[in-house]
Write a protein that binds this ligand. Structure first.
Ligand code: FAD
Ligand code: MLT
Ligand code: ZN
Length: 456
């Protein structure tokens, strides 16, 4: 412990010595992000137990003029959850309270540190489900998913995290607490302060508790991996499914090169005897067996080249693995990937996938390009492996192409530190000025996650 650091002494008073970390062997895990591209040394890491302790920590940091980086599961992919150097990392992991499920309203109030996996289990035990799901579920926290307005694999049916939030509690930069936890679905009294914090990436306040809406727990589930000749055919099949099948919960796009990497890295079996250029991974769920409805639409689909269908748990998991293992597989490749989480109008999505190889080859000759994503949301994850992390030529090229096609530089992961330099491509001067005005109103000293979302 660093007794000469008065802030550390104040933080120990606030949360107890056990939960103020200064030993580099303990702080290291909080100082590098999941992609290994973003790291920085923390002044210390502090682990408050509840809202009052978070408020006490923020007040102590404010007294000492110390910047704060809120951190949940540290699974963010844009450099928003790790220090640049010298900030206090506030880990919300100990705010893991799971409130009793209100089965009448289908709501639950949970702590910001609750993981998605724990929330899914808690909802299921009450005969309900939570609408947001993603491969980082074991570590990603409710607070982090609120702060990034995380999307995931079920957006086509339930929307992003924003659509699940009924109300929240948060600590603002001065240590004051805003709280809307009464679970009122309609409560229009002035500005929706909680809504402002959704997607704010820890720059406007620290989320401490959230009231979330739950959805019916649907037991009848089918997953299908559908082989097609390319993206145009994938979109035609997507429309056919969307217009003809009830209960679609996921429509994901993967390609041959990604499947090959996952098979090689994880030892998964090839899904078909002969590979196909592209695949839709579709999940359908309902109160009754959706298989016949799905089969009827697929039976008439001229785009379909082959199909693997599973209704049993292990079979569904095997098909999902081919999609969900993309991120860990790419992250295990020999170079740190340049990751782009972009969205485009569905109409221009084929142009994006057509033009990406040439654009990437032009900016980063010889680099590997792996594309996959949430087709139903127009959200693709473009991964380029090869260029140095600091070589942003490919970032300029890819994000420039996305904007030319009417898209967004950030679909679901947020801006973080990665894309602050590209904000102007998709937000006007007036919008950026309004965001800065909001930031200076709520965080006048700029202590909450400086350098994230808005350029310094
Ligand atoms: P962290 O990484 O700890 O923080 C993320 C941001 O939120 C930071 O800016 C941080 O400062 C802020 N923050 C964290 N907690 C709080 C809080 N309590 N109050 C205020 N600010 C806070 N994302 C998707 O959207 N869709 C996906 O499908 C998806 N799949 C993924 C798959 C893998 C394998 C991995 C590694 C990541 C994936 N992600 C996905 C990214 C990541 O899981 C999400 O961004 C998630 O929302 C981050 O949650 P977290 O708790 O890890 O937050
Ligand atoms: C996903 O959909 O798997 C995630 O958003 C992670 C990624 O982009 O790699
Ligand atoms: Zn995603």
């Amino acid at each position: 412990m660093n007794p000469s650091d008065d802030l550390v002494t104040d933080l120990v008073d606030a949360v107890g010595e056990r939960h103020v970390l200064t030993d580099p062997s303990l702080t290291a895990a909080y100082e590098s992000d999941w992609t290994r591209r973003w790291h920085g040394e923390a002044r210390c890491v502090v682990r408050p137990a509840d809202t009052d302790e978070v408020a006490a920590v923020v007040r102590a940091c404010a007294r000492h003029g110390a910047a704060v980086v809120p951190q949940g599961g540290n699974t963010g992919l844009v450099g928003g959850s790790t220090p640049r150097g010298g900030e206090v990392v506030v880990s919300l992991g100990r705010l893991d309270e799971l409130g009793e499920v209100d089965t009448l309203a289908a709501h639950v109030t949970v702590g910001a540190g609750v993981t998605l996996a724990a929330l899914h289990e808690h909802a299921a035990a009450a005969g309900l489900a939570y609408g947001v799901n993603m491969a980082s579920r074991d570590s990603a926290t409710v607070g982090g998913t609120v702060a990034t307005d995380a999307g995931g694999i079920r957006v086509v049916r339930y929307g992003t995290t924003r659509a699940q939030v009924v109300g929240l509690e948060a600590v603002l930069a001065d240590g004051s607490v805003i709280r809307r936890l009464d679970g009122l679905v309609k409560d229009t009294v002035g500005y929706d302060l909680g809504a402002l914090l959704i997607g704010s990436e820890g720059t406007l306040g620290i989320v401490t508790r959230v009231v979330l809406r739950l959805v019916p727990r649907l037991e009848h589930r089918v997953v299908a991996l559908l082989a097609v000749d390319g993206v145009p055919e994938a979109l035609q099949l997507y429309r056919r499914l969307r217009d003809g099948v009830d209960g679609i919960e996921a429509i994901e796009l993967i390609h041959h090169e990604g499947v090959e990497l996952v098979v090689a890295h994880t030892g998964a079996s090839q899904p078909f005897g002969t590979p196909h250029p592209s695949y839709l991974l579709v999940e359908v769920a309902g109160r009754s067996d959706p298989m016949d409805g799905l089969a009827a639409v697929l039976g008439d689909a001229p785009e379909l080249r082959d199909a693997a269908v599973a209704a049993d748990g292990p079979g569904r998991q095997r098909l999902w693995h081919l999609r969900e293992a993309h991120t860990e597989t790419i992250s295990a490749m020999d170079a740190v990937p340049h990751k782009f989480d972009v969205s485009v109008p569905l109409a221009t999505l084929p142009s994006l996938t057509d033009r990406l190889p040439e654009v990437v080859e032009g900016a980063a000759p010889g680099a590997r390009l792996i594309v996959f994503g949430h087709l139903g949301d127009g959200n693709l994850h473009v991964n380029v492996v090869g260029p140095d992390p600091d070589d942003t030529a490919v970032d300029d090229a890819v994000l420039g192409l996305v904007v030319e096609l009417g898209g967004s530089i950030s679909a679901e992961h947020g801006v973080g530190r990665h894309k602050t330099g590209y904000l102007h491509l998709v937000r006007s001067d007036a919008e950026i000025a309004a965001m800065r005005a909001l930031k200076s109103a709520l965080d006048p000293d700029g202590v909450l996650n400086p350098g994230v979302l808005l350029p310094l």
